[in-house]
Design a protein around this ligand. Structure first.
Ligand SMILES: [Zn+2]
Ligand SMILES: [Zn+2]
Length: 331
C-alpha cells in the first residue's frame, strides 16, 4: 500500500490519517499553500507552515482551526513524521515531507526555483517518491531572468508616464502581485494597488517583507494620479469601472502564460511580462533531480508529456489524478 493515495477527497495518508490539500472537507488537512485550489474550506483542522497561517485565515475565515509549524520542524501524526519545506511559490508555500517506516514522500504543492523576494527559496528535499506539479511541464516554457523582467516593466511604466498614460498591470492577487510590488521603485511614481491585493500586504509585512509606499486604487486616487501611476490589479478587474477611472491606460499581464503568443492575444493586453510563480521546464527537471527520488508522480498541467519524459530518463513515473485545476490567472 502506498504511503499516500488519491481518494475522492484528495491525497490521503492512511497510516497518519490525514489529507494533503483535500478538495473536500476532511478531519485533518495539511495545506501546502493558500491558493484556492489547494486550500479549501470545510475541514475541521488545518496544519500549515507558520508564514502561511495568516493568509490561510484571511482566505478561509478567522474561525478555522489552524496549527502552524516553522519550516523544517518535525511533527508526528499517528506515528507518521511530517514537516514543511519552502517551495518558493509564494509566502508560506511549502512542500510537505511525509516519513513512515523509513519511506519518504515529498508533495511539492506548487513551486518555483527562481528567486522571489517575498518568500523563502525552494529547498530540495531528498525522498523516495516525489509528487511534483507540472503546470509548465513542456520544454517551450523557459523563464527569462526575473530582474530583466522587472527592468522591462519599469521601462514600460516610464514610457507610459512620458505619454501621460496610466500603467495597469494585471497579476494574481496572492503571490504575483506582491512579488512585483516588492521590486518596484517607489520613487518612480505613484503606485496604486487594488483592495484585494492590499488586504494581503499586512501578512507579508508581518513576515518582514518590505514594500514601497502604495495607495489604495479607488476612483479618486486613480483620477488624481492619472498619467503617472502604476496600478496593480487582479485579472478579474480587467474591464472594471475602477480601471476606466484612470482614463488613458496601457495594460499588461504578468504571467507565465505570456510566454505563449496566443495567450497574449487572448488576454488583449498591450504588454505581456513573462513572470511565473511556477517552475519552468528546466526548473521542474532540476527540482526533480535534486530530490534523488526514483519514483515521481506528476500532477497539474502537462502531466502526460512529463511522465513520458521522466520514463525515458529511467524513472518510475506516473500521472497522479487530482482535482487541482491550476490557478489559471495565477501563473
Ligand atoms: Zn499555487
Ligand atoms: Zn496549484
Amino acid at each position: 500500500m502506498d504511503l499516500l493515495q488519491v481518494t475522492d477527497r484528495g491525497l490521503w495518508c492512511q497510516a497518519g490519517d490525514f489529507h494533503i490539500d483535500p478538495w473536500r472537507g476532511v478531519d485533518r488537512a495539511l495545506i501546502t499553500h493558500a491558493h484556492a485550489d489547494h486550500a479549501r474550506a470545510g475541514s475541521r483542522h488545518y496544519l500549515c507552515s507558520t508564514p502561511c497561517a495568516g493568509i490561510l485565515r484571511e482566505r478561509l475565515g478567522q474561525k478555522i482551526s489552524v496549527d502552524a509549524i516553522p519550516y523544517g520542524e518535525r511533527k508526528t501524526i499517528n506515528g507518521v513524521t511530517v514537516s514543511f519545506h519552502p517551495a518558493g511559490h509564494l509566502l508560506g508555500a511549502a512542500q510537505i515531507r511525509v516519513e513512515h517506516r523509513g519511506e519518504i514522500w515529498v508533495v511539492s504543492g506548487d513551486y518555483k526555483t527562481q528567486p522571489d523576494p517575498t518568500c523563502a527559496p525552494f529547498e530540495p528535499v531528498r525522498c523516495n517518491t516525489f509528487v511534483t506539479e507540472s503546470t509548465f511541464g513542456l520544454p517551450v516554457y523557459h523563464w527569462p531572468d526575473p530582474q530583466t523582467v522587472i527592468a522591462d516593466l519599469h521601462q514600460w511604466w516610464q514610457h507610459n508616464r512620458e505619454r501621460d498614460r496610466t500603467s495597469v498591470v494585471f497579476a494574481y492577487s496572492l503571490g504575483k502581485a506582491q512579488r512585483i510590488l516588492a521590486q518596484l521603485d517607489g520613487e518612480a511614481g505613484p503606485i496604486l494597488v487594488h483592495p484585494a491585493i492590499e488586504s494581503l500586504l499586512p501578512h507579508y509585512e508581518a513576515e518582514g517583507i518590505r514594500f514601497p509606499k502604495t495607495q489604495t486604487a479607488t476612483r479618486e486616487t486613480l483620477r488624481e494620479t492619472a498619467g503617472k501611476a502604476l496600478v496593480i490589479a487582479p485579472p478579474a478587474a480587467d474591464d472594471s469601472a475602477l480601471v476606466r477611472a484612470a482614463g488613458d491606460v496601457s495594460t499588461a499581464f504578468a504571467s507565465g502564460w505570456m510566454a505563449v503568443r496566443g495567450m497574449r492575444r487572448w488576454r488583449a493586453a498591450d504588454r505581456g511580462f513573462v513572470m511565473s510563480d511556477h517552475a519552468d521546464w528546466r526548473g521542474l527537471n532540476d527540482a526533480i533531480a535534486a530530490t534523488g527520488a526514483s519514483r515521481v508522480l506528476v500532477t497539474h498541467g502537462y502531466t502526460q508529456p512529463m511522465v513520458r519524459w521522466l520514463r525515458e530518463k529511467g524513472l518510475d513515473a506516473d500521472e497522479l489524478a487530482t482535482s487541482f485545476r491550476g490557478e489559471g490567472n495565477e501563473e
